[in-house]
Design a protein. Structure first.
Length: 390
């Protein structure tokens, strides 16, 4: 990577540290090279340190999610296969052998702190499907409500396109999507390098760390260099791509070195470590834009005055009991408009049920949903986490 000219408006060399932001929901992404120290086996000491920091914050009331790489590397150690072979079928075999080992290590380490964890294996196809999006978001939010730490990884066993070339990039972009799904306050991407530099610090002794990037520009993106490294599939380029996605969704992003002592704990407090990418918009602005962009021709529902007050005044979910009428033909996972009795559009949200099912349960209590439909996707017609007021 060659040295680039960066404008002062793009990079803040001395970020303010007076009014530290308050982060409560944090996604931590750890890469393969960090977890293995560029070997063919997991480094338990590194994993234990990362888990200890996440556990410490969890026990203090933070909502923590972990996006982890390392399954393929763990598979190398389990099967003893030469790491220079990188064809897709072999990587799938390695992921299948290593994912259980990786999760077992995390389970043992978090169990030492008395914290339950849950595994979620995702592919790009899961995230692009509207029903898949809804299921994933609801599951992750429910786990957080139950004080369970989700441990998320790309499902390399079935995601052939991700393993080949068109993938998340060692989970960098996956972590940005997860941060968007759960309305995270901050995404921390940890690797072996301490942040974004003006040039490659391994090749240029004059390279300097950029502490803060106010906005993405071509000159900043040019600092990413190549996307692939020796052990993982991500590099600075994919991290910058993920930072662009997350900041546009209202999430603050930090790229930092995973071996910095207490790096996760200190970043959660608001310390200046690595390179910070502040959110370009608020989470509500981002989510509202996304909701409004999908409103056309999906459908609408009329609600009674009690339901309208519950939504507007108390930020409550919409229950079937408050629905008076369902109009349009929409599927589960579609975005629909919520209309009050006077005809005003008051909210938009992702429907937990399709239009046919919602019409059947409109005006009834939630405990009758399963009896009326023969299935149950939850007591809410639209959950408050999947809704924005207009």
């Amino acid at each position: 990577m060659s040295t680039q000219k960066i404008s002062k408006s793009t990079v803040d060399q001395k970020p303010p540290n007076v009014n530290r932001p308050r982060y409560t929901r944090i996604v931590v992404k750890v890469g393969t090279a960090l977890l293995t120290h560029r070997s063919n086996r997991l480094n338990i000491q590194t994993l234990a340190s990362l888990v200890e920091q996440i556990a410490h914050l969890h026990l203090k009331g933070y909502e923590m999610l972990l996006v982890t790489s390392g399954a393929v590397a763990a598979g190398h150690h389990v099967l003893g296969i030469d790491s220079t072979k990188k064809n897709v079928p072999l990587r799938q075999v390695l992921a299948a052998a290593g994912q259980g080992r990786l999760m077992h290590v995390y389970e043992q380490l978090f169990d030492w702190h008395g914290i339950p964890v849950a595994q979620a294996l995702l592919t790009r196809r899961d995230l692009s499907d509207r029903v898949g999006y809804l299921n994933i978001r609801n599951t992750l939010m429910s786990l957080l409500n139950l004080k369970v730490i989700p441990i998320i990884n790309e499902n390399d066993v079935v995601a052939v396109e991700e393993l080949d070339s068109d993938g998340f990039g060692d989970n960098d972009n996956l972590s940005a999507m997860v941060a968007n799904f759960v309305d995270a306050d901050m995404l921390i991407m940890l690797g072996e390098i301490d942040g974004l530099y003006t040039s490659d610090p391994h090749k240029d002794s004059a390279a300097r760390l950029i502490p803060r990037v106010e906005r993405m520009t071509e000159s900043i993106e040019a600092l990413g260099g190549v996307s692939w490294d020796e052990k993982g599939r991500g590099g600075m380029a994919t991290k910058l791509e993920a930072a662009r996605l997350a900041t546009a969704s209202g999430v603050n992003v930090v790229i930092a070195g995973g071996r910095t002592p207490d790096v996760i704990t200190l970043l959660a407090k608001g310390d200046d470590i690595g390179t910070t990418f502040p959110a370009c918009s608020t989470k509500m602005e981002s989510r509202k834009r996304w909701m409004l962009s999908g409103l056309s021709n999906k459908g609408e529902i009329n609600v009674d005055d009690g339901a309208a007050r519950a939504l507007i005044d108390n930020n409550r979910s919409l229950l079937p009991a408050g629905i008076k009428e369902v109009r349009g033909n929409f599927s589960r996972g579609d975005i629909i408009t919520i209309i009050a009795t006077e005809g005003n559009e008051i909210a938009a949200g992702i429907s937990n049920y399709n239009s046919v099912d919602l019409a059947k349960i409109a005006g009834t209590k939630s405990d009758l949903i399963s009896e009326l439909l023969g299935h149950d996707y939850g007591e809410e017609a639209i959950h408050r986490n999947n809704m924005v007021l207009l």
